[in-house]
Design a protein around this ligand. Structure first.
Ligand SMILES: Nc1ncnc2c1ncn2[C@@H]1O[C@H](COP(=O)(O)OP(=O)(O)OP(=O)(O)O)[C@@H](O)[C@H]1O
Length: 361
C-alpha cells in the first residue's frame, strides 16, 4: 500500500479514544494530515484540553502510523471542547458549552473547595472557565477567590462577571443577603439563579462550574431541573454517614435525568507534614466503593490538608497558590477525569434533558 493520506487514515482508524470508545478518525479528531515520503504530520484535536488520556492517544497514534510503514511521525495537539446538541442554543447562556453542576448530599463536605479548585485546574489546563456560586445559603466563592468587589454592568443591561485566577466569577452572595435567602423556597431561588445565568455577560466558555446548595431538598432539585447541565459532580467525605447522603443525592439527580459525572472523595486522609504518616481521619476509600456500587465513575480523592484550608481562607485556591504540590495535583486529576466524563457524556447523549428555562412561579 502506498504511503499516502489514505494509508495514514486507514491506520488511524484503528486508534481508539480510550475514554470515548470510538476511533479518532470517526470522532473527527484528526486534522491537518500531511504525508511526505515516509514522514507524516498531523494534529490531533482533543475534545478537551484537560484530556486525561493524551499520553495514551499519543502512543497509540505513533504505533499505528509506524505499523503502517511511516518512519517519521510529527504529532501536534489542539483542543475543541464540544457541547451536547442543543446546549449551545440554550436561551440562558448561549456562549457556554457545558454547565457542570457540583453537588453534595450534605453541607460541609468541601463542595465549594472542590468547585473552585476544579475550575482553576480546568483553566490552567487551557479551557475557558467560569464559576457560578449558587449556594444561596452559604455562598463561599467570594472568600475562596478573594473577591471583595461587587459586580457592575458595562452595557447597562447585563452584569459583568468578576475575574480571579483565570476564571469568570459570579456569586449569588454578591447580590443577595444569605440571611434573607434562608426563607426563600425553591422557585424563588431558581428565579434568582436563572437571572444570574441569563443576565451575566459570561461570553464564550468551555465550562461553567455551578456550585449548588448542599442537600437533596427542594432548592437543589429545582435548580438542577431548570438548568441544562452536562452533568453533576458529587462530592462526599469517605464516611458512611456522608456516603448515605450522596447515594440519596444520586437518586435525586437520576429522577430529574441529570447525568451523574462521578463522585469525588474529599478529606480522604491526612498526611502528617512532619512524619509523613497517613491517618484516615474520616476513613478512606469509602467513596470509591460507593461509586462502584452505584455504577458511577470515581473521579479521584483529595486529602484533608492544612494548605487546602488555608488557601481557601486566603482566597488563593491551592491549585493557583501551589500548583505543583501533591494536594493541587489531586485536584488536577479530578479535573481531568471530570473533563473526560463530560466529553463522554456529550458524545453519548444525543440530547440532554430539555427542561423549561423559565423559573416556575
Ligand atoms: N480537603 C480539604 N482539606 C482541608 N480543609 C478542607 C478540605 N476541603 C474543604 N475544607 C475546609 O472545610 C470547610 C468547608 O468546606 P467548603 O466550604 O468547601 O464545604 P461545602 O461543602 O461547600 O460547605 P457548604 O455547602 O455547607 O457551605 C472549609 O473551611 C474548607 O476550607
Amino acid at each position: 500500500m502506498p504511503l499516502d493520506n489514505a494509508a495514514a487514515l486507514e491506520a488511524l482508524k484503528k486508534v481508539m479514544d480510550p475514554e470515548l470508545h470510538r476511533d479518532v478518525v470517526s470522532l473527527g479528531m484528526v486534522k491537518d494530515l500531511a504525508v511526505q515520503g515516509d514522514a507524516v504530520k498531523l494534529k490531533v484535536e482533543l475534545t478537551t484540553p484537560a484530556c486525561p488520556l493524551k499520553d495514551t492517544i499519543a502512543k497509540d497514534v505513533e504505533a499505528a502510523l509506524r505499523g503502517a510503514g511511516f518512519k517519521r511521525v510529527e504529532l501536534s495537539w489542539g483542543a475543541q471542547v464540544r457541547s451536547a446538541p442543543g446546549v449551545s442554543q440554550a436561551q440562558l447562556t448561549p456562549g457556554v458549552k457545558n454547565i457542570i453542576l457540583v453537588g453534595a448530599g450534605k453541607g460541609g463536605v468541601g463542595k465549594s473547595t472542590v468547585s473552585i479548585n476544579l475550575a482553576v485546574s480546568l483553566a490552567k489546563l487551557g479551557a475557558k472557565v467560569g464559576i457560578l456560586d449558587a449556594d444561596i445559603y452559604g455562598p463561599s466563592i467570594p472568600i475562596l477567590t478573594g473577591i471583595t468587589d461587587k459586580p457592575t454592568s458595562s452595557d447597562g443591561k447585563r452584569l459583568d462577571p468578576l475575574s480571579a485566577h483565570g476564571l469568570k466569577v459570579m456569586s449569588i452572595g454578591f447580590l443577595i443577603d444569605p440571611d434573607q435567602a434562608l426563607v426563600w423556597r425553591g422557585p424563588m431561588v431558581t428565579g434568582a439563579l436563572v437571572q444570574l445565568l441569563r443576565d451575566v455577560n459570561w461570553g464564550e466558555l468551555d465550562y461553567l462550574i455551578l456550585d449548588l446548595p448542599p442537600g437533596t431538598g427542594d432548592v437543589p432539585l429545582t435548580l438542577a431541573q431548570n438548568i441544562r447541565a452536562a452533568g453533576v459532580v458529587l462530592v462526599s467525605t469517605p464516611q458512611d454517614v456522608a456516603l448515605a447522603d450522596v447515594i440519596r443525592a444520586k437518586l435525586m439527580f437520576d429522577k430529574v435525568s441529570i447525568p451523574v459525572l462521578g463522585l469525588v472523595e474529599n478529606m480522604s486522609s491526612f498526611v502528617c507534614p512532619h512524619c509523613r504518616q497517613e491517618t484516615a481521619i474520616f476513613d478512606k476509600g469509602g467513596a470509591r466503593t460507593a461509586a462502584e456500587k452505584m455504577g458511577i465513575r470515581f473521579l479521584g480523592e483529595v486529602p484533608i490538608d492544612l494548605a487546602i484550608r488555608e488557601g481557601g481562607d486566603r482566597g488563593v485556591p491551592i491549585v493557583a497558590g501551589a500548583p505543583d504540590s501533591p494536594q493541587a495535583q489531586a485536584f488536577v486529576t479530578v479535573a481531568r477525569n471530570v473533563a473526560g466524563a463530560v466529553s463522554t457524556q456529550v458524545l453519548k447523549a444525543p440530547r440532554l434533558p430539555v427542561i423549561g428555562a423559565q423559573p416556575r412561579a
